[in-house]
Design a protein around this ligand. Structure first.
Ligand code: SF4
Length: 63
């Protein structure tokens, strides 16, 4: 599973980073990005929660 943040939609709320800091980080531009190429299997559920919880639906799952 891979994830991608659409920076045109992200508002930098930090929710994804709070939920799964191993996968998401806020970059210097204040917007989130995925910092892993592949989501570790044991974090997939948390990442799905982050996708569902993103207020602007900026995170997409690329499988
Ligand atoms: S939860 Fe969504 S809007 Fe908030 S920082 Fe993450 S990607 Fe951006």
């Amino acid at each position: 599973m891979k994830v991608e943040v659409n920076k045109d939609l992200c508002i930098g709320c930090g929710a994804c980073q709070s939920l799964v800091p191993e996968v998401f980080e806020l970059e210097d531009d204040g917007l989130a990005a995925s910092k892993v190429n592949e989501v570790p299997k044991d974090l997939e559920e948390e990442v799905k929660d982050a996708i569902d919880g993103c207020p602007t639906s900026a995170i997409s799952d690329k499988e």
